[in-house]
Design a protein around this ligand. Structure first.
Ligand code: G1P
Length: 303
């Protein structure tokens, strides 16, 4: 019987340099994707996958993240007095959504270090990690798809996506083989390989890990980019027993950079109950190809 999975860690301490200047002051996790901050998508995914203890790893200047999920008594009172019940319900929904635990990463030492910062909050239980930049649009939440593998096997599971050979240097890449369906048996992994990537399966920011990973992160030396990489600690974890990847069903957007964010905005807006129809009409109007007038000779030939 596997220990129940109910904790999810959200590393939110990065500088967001890929989105400058927008993220100079505003945390990138708070940029709106249509009408919700990016982080809220990850939080809803975790909640819909059965997690109810959410740990946010922040850094200096990121307090608005916590404010967003807190009660806002004054705003609620004002909305109530003005009979804005719809808005009140939305504000209320966000603050009642989940209880958050916040921990501070005092130095920007990388993803592995951010996860280690959450150690006391997580305790001696398995936990999930969601990287909020990786927004995943899916019928069934990505983390829930992975949770099934964890419950079947009791072993670590990471999200995988096939990428092109040119893109492998931008991700953690696994070695191993696809076992059956979407389940992948991981035998090794490497963070952002410059050459000789062991496969084209990239790690996407969803992990289900046992608490045994914490001492391994502690022993991890600085790796790619001079940072303590989670991938390097997971490499050590692979040596301790079965380790799975799951090629999830869904579309992933890198909402932490400008183009990925724009794509996510369009796709989510096209699914928004109140906006989809008019937004689609607008996109069609701007994307309509310019009218082509056929050259005379072609017109003659065709007739
Ligand atoms: C992190 C991980 C990397 C993974 C990626 C997915 O990298 O270190 O293994 O492939 O997230 O988004 P980052 O994008 O934070 O540099």
């Amino acid at each position: 019987m596997t220990d129940t999975l109910r904790t999810c860690v959200f590393p939110c301490a990065g500088f967001g340099t890929r989105f400058f200047p927008a993220t100079k002051v505003i945390p990138k996790e708070m940029l709106p994707l249509v009408d919700k901050p990016i982080l809220q998508y990850g939080i809803e995914e975790a909640r819909d996958s059965g997690m109810n203890k959410l740990v946010i790893v922040t850094s200096k200047g990121k307090d608005t993240i916590l404010d967003h999920f807190d009660r806002t008594a004054e705003l609620e009172r004002s909305l109530r007095e003005r009979n804005k019940h719809d808005l009140l319900a939305e504000v209320d929904l966000v603050s009642r959504m989940v209880d958050l635990i916040s921990v501070r990463q005092k130095e920007a030492l990388g993803l592995g270090h951010a996860v280690l910062t959450a150690r006391d909050a997580v305790g001696n239980h398995p936990f999930a990690v969601v990287l909020p930049d990786d927004v995943i649009l899916a019928e069934e939440p990505c983390l829930l798809q992975m949770r099934r593998v964890f419950e079947e096997t009791g072993r670590p599971v990471i999200a995988l996506m096939e990428v092109s050979a040119e893109e492998t240097s931008r991700y953690g890449i696994v070695a191993g083989e696809l076992e059956s369906g979407r389940r992948f048996k991981v035998t090794d992994m490497v963070e952002k390989p410059k050459a000789n990537a062991p496969s084209r399966y990239a790690i996407i920011g969803r992990y289900i890990l046992p608490p045994e990973v914490f001492p391994l992160i502690e022993q991890t030396e600085r790796g790619a980019g001079g940072e303590i990489q989670l991938t390097d600690a997971l490499r050590a974890l692979v040596q301790q027993g079965d380790f799975y990847g799951y090629v999830f069903e869904g579309t992933r957007y890198d909402a932490g950079e400008k183009l990925g964010y724009l794509k996510a905005t369009v796709d989510y807006a096209l699914r928004h109950p109140q906006l989809a129809r008019e937004f689609r009409a607008y996109l069609e109007s701007v994307a309509a190809p310019p009218a082509v007038t056929a050259p005379e000779s072609e017109t003659v030939a065709a007739s």
